[in-house]
Structure formats: C-alpha cells, structure tokens
Design a protein around this ligand. Structure first.
Ligand code: FAD
Length: 416
C-alpha cells in the first residue's frame, strides 16, 4: 500500500517543527517553501540595523532536514489548494496530499494605506532587512554631505511606526547605532544628533506586556534618547516625512512596524478569514469540515482557554506544529488522538538595547540586565544550527566589548 502523503506548506517556525516531529515516520512528507531557507525573524531587526549579517539568522531548509529520509523539500510558491481533489498548486505543478499542514505565516498590513509601503518599508524578509539597513546607513551618508542644516536634520530623523516588540527593538537599535557604533565615524555630522521617533497609536509601548514592563521599556527608550510619541496615529506618510496627529515631521527614513496580515491561506481554502486574514480552525487546529487540513502559526486564528486569540509568536507556531505532527502520528497508527491544543506560555521577552530588556514569565516579571541576558540566551538557543549560534554569540560579545557593529554595509546600490 502506498504510504500516506503529508504536505507541509511553509518552513517557518510552525512548519519546521511539524517536519522535525514527522521525521522517520512511515509517511512521505513534502515540505514546500517559496524560499530555500528558514528565517529566524526575531533577529531580523539586527540585520536591518547592521548588527548581524543575513546568513547568521537563516539556514537552508534542505540542510536542516537532510537526515529525514522520508522528507523532501520543494522550492516554490503555493498559489492554490484544491480541497476536493486534494492537491496543492505550486506555481505550474500540482502536489497531491492526504494530509495538509498550512504554515505560511503573515505579511505586513498598512491598514488600507498600501501606498505607504514604498516609503515606510516593513520588516518580514531578509530583503526587507537589507533594504532598511541601506536606508538607515545611506541617511547618515547623505547627512554628512548635506549642504544645509534643514536637509541634514531631515536625513538624521528616523521614524519607527508601531511600538510593539519589533518597533521597540528597531528604535532601540537605531539609537544605539547612532549613539555608540557610529559616533566616531563622521567628520561633518555628529551621529548622536540623530533623532529617533517612535510613534504608537495606543497608550503604551509593548501593549502585550504588563503595564509595569511597558513603563520600564519606555524609560529604557528614553535613556537612549528615543522620542516616544504615544496615543498618536500617523495620518500621512511620504518620501519627506510623516504627519503624526496634526503635526508634520520631516524624516528621510520611515520604518513600518505597526501591523500584520495573515498569508493568503484563507483565500486558497475558500473560507471567511478573521479580521487580520487568519483561518479560523477547530481545537485540533483542523479546518472545520476538513479533518485532513490543518492551519497553524500566524496564519491560524486559535484561542486560549479564556477565549482570547493567541498572539503571533514563534512559540505558538512551534507548539502547534508539534501538536499537529503528534495528532497525525496518532491517526496513522490508529491510536487515540491527543487532547485539544493548549498553548503553554513559558514567557515573552523584548530587548531595548544594550543591557536593557523586559521579560514576562507570568509568575515573575523582570527588566534590565538580567532580562537582557535571558533574552540573549533564549535567542541563541532557538537559532537553528550550531555555527549560527556560535557566530552570533561571538558577534554580540565583540560588539559588546568594542561598541562596534560589524555589518555596516550599504548593498544593492552600486551602478554596473
Ligand atoms: C521582525 C519580526 C520580529 C519578531 N520577533 C519575535 C520575537 O521576538 N518573539 C517571537 O516569539 N516572535 C517574534 N516574531 C513573530 C514570529 O516570527 C512569528 O510568530 C513566527 O515566525 C510564525 O511562524 P509561522 O510558522 O506561522 O510563519 P513563518 O515563520 O513566518 O514562516 C512562514 C513560511 O511560509 C513560507 N511561505 C509563505 N507563503 C508561502 C507560499 N505562498 N508558498 C510557499 N511558502 C510560503 C515563508 O517563506 C516562510 O518560510 C517576529 C516577527 C517579525 C516579522
């Protein structure tokens, strides 16, 4: 009898966890991704702010799964799912499945202002990170050559929109770049004159954290001279700056960290998505009426025991991937299915710069140096590949000791 075919779309945190768990089972597993590497998104902001190089936070999917003899990797973009014929369309090919796991993550959302994307890039891919890095470093170069004070100030103004973890980490890292790493590098300008503005429509930074940690994060940002504007939404964005509330601010670099929208899976599956495009799934993470299709991670809308939607976090996606893999193993073996999925929150962390971070473990909340060390340890341990773990650790140690940041390259602009 032919072995059951399990197709996993997306080799991010959710898809890869499922693939790891399904390695060696009596089934053919196909992992499809539009790129040939797994990306550790939580450290993307360090690539965007010249702290790390792209290869340090990405690993080839084939290399990660090389020991799983029952798994194969297909490089390609999925564009449709035919639920009746049980096939996935990957560009011009069809891949049949008996069980399908969709883990295609999320993308930026500009809340109806899609025209802002080219002036206020978001951070989701390596290309986004190197593009933002180019913008930030070029702004300092342009400021050095600016002929008048007004232009210089515009080049030295950086606006980050959205004060969730990504926005806070970006703002903190740009401030450190300006105040620490670049401080001796220019002759006409003082990079410390850079103005970093973090704009948040809500009442506090890191709104998903307890208020005491939001306050600690705010104070850390202010110590780094970040100008935090709370309770104000950006109403206009263009090449020359932003309008915050009714105030105009001239800025050459604007970064979007305000909203995400799930991938197109709901469209492929022909189901009504939730408000942010996610597919509503049952307690076993399957699509209602289709026990052979599972949706996990940022693409799925699942709730916790209080009925609250689970956040778009790597541990949620990982635990869901493991859960679905175990459920499939039970199905294939004909044993009892595991109980409904329950997310175990082991804690959330965000860093604000050198020796500043916040950590919420529920039973204990910490900030400062200890939280920062924990943040570093957790991120190193979750990075895939011993080489990346070692290189990132050494890079961080080097930057910490020398106040330098190693990847200050402006790439993608040279004329032929
Ligand atoms: C800048 C940033 C910082 C973050 N920081 C943190 C943090 O500090 N802590 C934390 O817990 N979480 C953080 N997150 C969130 C975390 O990264 C996500 O919750 C997690 O990646 C979700 O996992 P996933 O498997 O659902 O999707 P992803 O990890 O995004 O993986 C989706 C995969 O699907 C592939 N894919 C998408 N569409 C297609 C298609 N059509 N065809 C084929 N392949 C496709 C993609 O290439 C990708 O490999 C951060 C996210 C970002 C963007």
């Amino acid at each position: 009898m032919a072995r059951p075919r399990i197709v996993i779309v997306g080799a991010g945190f959710g898809g890869l966890s499922a693939a790891h768990c399904l390695a060696g089972i009596d089934a053919e597993v196909t992992v499809i991704d539009r790129r040939n590497y797994h990306l550790f998104q939580p450290l993307l902001y360090q690539v965007a702010t010249a702290g790390l190089s792209p290869a340090q936070i990405a690993s080839p999917i084939r290399a990660i799964l090389r020991r799983a003899a029952n798994e194969r990797v297909v490089l390609g973009r999925v564009t449709a799912v035919d639920k009746e014929r049980r096939v996935v369309t990957v560009e011009d090919r069809e891949v049949p499945y008996d069980y399908l796991i969709i883990a295609t993550g999320a993308r930026h959302s500009y809340f109806g202002h899609d025209d802002w994307e080219h002036v206020a890039p978001g951070l989701k891919k390596i290309d986004d990170a190197t593009f933002i890095r180019r913008r930030i470093l070029t702004a300092f170069e342009n400021a050095e050559q600016a002929l008048d004070a007004e232009a210089r100030q515009r080049f030295l103004t950086f606006v980050v929109i959205g004060a969730g973890p990504t926005g806070v980490e970006m703002a903190g890292a740009i401030a450190e770049l300006a105040h620490v790493a670049l401080r001796h590098d220019f002759r006409t300008i003082n990079p410390r004159d850079a103005r970093i503005v973090l704009v948040e429509a809500g009442a506090r930074v890191l709104a998903a954290f307890p208020p005491s940690l939001s306050e600690a994060a705010l104070q850390s940002l202010q110590r780094l001279h970040v100008d935090v504007r709370l309770g104000k939404a950006v109403s206009q964005c263009d090449e020359n700056g932003v309008t915050i509330g009714d105030q105009r601010l001239e800025a050459a670099t604007i970064i979007w960290a305000a909203g995400v929208m799930a991938s197109s899976a709901a469209k492929w599956l022909g189901v009504e998505p939730d408000r942010v495009g996610r597919v509503k799934v049952g307690q076993d993470l399957s699509l209602p009426g289709h026990p052979e299709i599972f949706v996990i991670g940022d693409t799925a809308c699942t709730v916790d025991s209080n009925g609250q939607p689970l956040p778009g976090l790597a541990p949620v996606a990982k635990q869901q991937g493991i859960y679905v893999a175990r459920l499939l193993q039970a199905k294939l073996k004909g044993t009892a299915s595991p109980p409904p999925f329950r997310y175990r929150n082991y804690g959330t962390l965000a860093t604000i710069g050198r020796r500043a971070a916040v950590a919420d473990f529920g039973w204990i909340k910490i900030d400062g140096t200890l939280a920062w060390l924990l943040w570093g340890l957790v991120h190193i341990s979750f990075l895939i590949g011993f080489r990346n773990q070692l290189v990132v650790m050494l890079d961080w140690l080097w930057s910490y000791l020398t106040f330098q940041s190693g990847a200050r390259l402006i790439t993608g602009t040279e004329p032929d």
